[in-house]
Write a protein that binds this ligand. Structure first.
Ligand code: SF4
Length: 459
């Protein structure tokens, strides 16, 4: 019993978080920066933070995550990190030669109050930034927000630093995919491409964190949005932002800066989520939906009707990031499953909580929702009202083990399984995969608990 100290009594807590269901802002900022081609993320703070952020991403993606640090010691912690950052910019361009450096701050440099634009301007004035190379930044103090807000801030910084308006001559559509897997980004782009739409997607970590093994190490892999594409994003005909929490700030910034109109949707998870995405693409680009997508949709509808009997009425506990949790909850409800305990670790606001409440409106019985909440409360709810399935990140495995409940790993981080970087859960195909994972978990448990007489060979 790893969580044997979880108290049965649920007490209202305001200041104390136990086992947070989120991590810190720079991790999201680092992940977003990796979605820019030729970009080296730079952590302006101490080596400890940087080592943690890199290792968190490396453990999740099972790929080496490159980044640099200002390596604060006592002097920089007291007097500020200007000298460290200027020196770091010089070293990085000299030694590693990236196209762009994406600087994010940490709790320490934010508390000191380092002025990053001023430091970058000083580096430029001193000739430390070569011609045709760039440095941009996002402020990511981790005593507020979460990895999701860090991702959102870095994505917004891409717009603020690079987007340019060119009388909207481009026929492209911008896609802001949100804090999702590289496989999800590839799936989102594939849907748009199958409709014949030219897109600019940012950030884009596909082929960066799920690239091929070629026998030759490349510090800056093939994938990622280019600076040229980011500049052109200001001239696209529109933007589709997926996931309010992680994508809305960038979409709004692009609208404000370059007058590119945006549509904000939930993540394309499940039948209805993907329908909304496809329909928006169709409408904005003035194209029709190809047969290939109609086929995928039809297969999903067929599968839902075939599998419904096994999923119907199953009680589910969901924990994760706001955008994933909302889209997944809607999918579960559409399958007639019952999400009964729902926690997001990241703060997402009252409107978000209301959307979540609306999504479970038709679920019979009491539904517990906490935004933001923690894993302790999530565990207490499950102890009091058990469920058939838990959907959450790796940390939910301790609850799953103690309470003997099947777990489907979903979201960030997933440290103890592989495949998420390669197999998407977005779009019609991704919905099939998600359903398969849930059904496998539920039926494996059923087989385990069946007697020799009640065990079925054929579904
Ligand atoms: S919470 Fe702050 S101090 Fe801790 S690792 Fe993150 S940035 Fe560093």
């Amino acid at each position: 019993m790893l969580l044997r100290h979880t108290p049965a009594e649920i007490k209202e807590r305001k200041a104390l978080t136990v086992n947070p269901a989120k991590t810190c802002q720079p991790i999201g900022a680092m992940y977003a920066a990796l979605g820019v081609h030729g970009c080296l993320p730079h952590s302006h703070g101490s080596q400890g933070c940087y080592a943690y952020h890199r290792s968190a991403l490396t453990r999740h993606f099972k790929e080496p995550v490159v980044a640099a640090t200002s390596a604060f010691t006592e002097g920089a912690s007291v007097f500020g990190g200007q000298a460290n950052l200027v020196q770091a910019i010089d070293n990085i361009f000299t030694v590693y030669n990236p196209q762009v450096i994406a600087v994010h701050t940490t709790c320490l440099s934010e508390t000191i109050g380092d002025d990053i634009p001023q430091i970058v301007a000083k580096a430029k004035a001193e000739g430390k930034i070569p011609e045709g190379k760039f440095v941009f930044h996002a402020n990511t103090p981790s005593y507020v927000g979460s990895h999701v807000t860090g991702f959102a801030s870095m994505t917004k910084a891409m717009v603020e630093s690079f987007a340019e308006s060119n009388s909207h001559k481009q026929k492209t559509l911008n896609l802001i995919p949100g804090y999702v897997e590289p496989s999800d980004m590839a799936a989102i782009r594939r849907i748009a491409e199958s409709m014949g739409i030219a897109t600019i997607m940012f950030p884009d970590t596909s082929r960066v964190l799920n690239g091929p093994l070629t026998g030759k190490y490349k510090m800056f892999p093939e994938g990622g949005v280019t600076i040229d594409e980011l500049k052109k994003s200001g001239s696209s005909i529109g933007t589709v932002a997926l996931g309010r929490t992680s994508s809305l700030p960038a979409a709004r910034a692009l609208d404000a800066k370059c007058k590119v109109p945006c549509e904000v949707l939930e993540l394309p998870v499940g039948l209805h989520g993907t329908d909304a995405f496809v329909d928006t693409l169709r409408r904005l680009a003035g194209v029709s939906v190809p047969d290939t997508l109609n086929l995928e949709r039809g297969q999903l509808v067929d599968t839902i009707s075939d599998w419904h009997q096994y999923l119907y009425g199953k009680r589910v506990a969901v924990v994760g990031d706001p955008d994933q949790v909302l889209a997944l909850t809607r999918f579960l409800v559409s399958l007639d499953m019952r999400p009964v305990h729902i926690v997001t670790g990241s703060p997402a606001g009252k409107k978000y909580t209301q959307r979540l409440r609306d999504a479970v409106d038709d679920v019979p019985g009491k539904v517990n929702i906490k935004v933001p909440g923690d894993m302790l409360l999530f565990h207490q709810w499950i102890q009091k009202a058990p469920v058939d399935l838990i959907v959450g990140n790796t940390y939910a495995k301790y609850i799953a083990k103690d309470e003997d409940i099947p777990l489907v790993r979903y979201g960030f981080p997933i440290y103890d399984r592989m495949g998420h970087s390669y197999f998407s859960t977005m779009g019609y195909r991704g919905a099939l995969r998600l359903m398969e994972k849930m059904l496998d978990a539920i039926l494996d448990r059923k087989d385990r608990d069946s007697t020799d007489i009640t065990m079925e060979l054929v579904m």
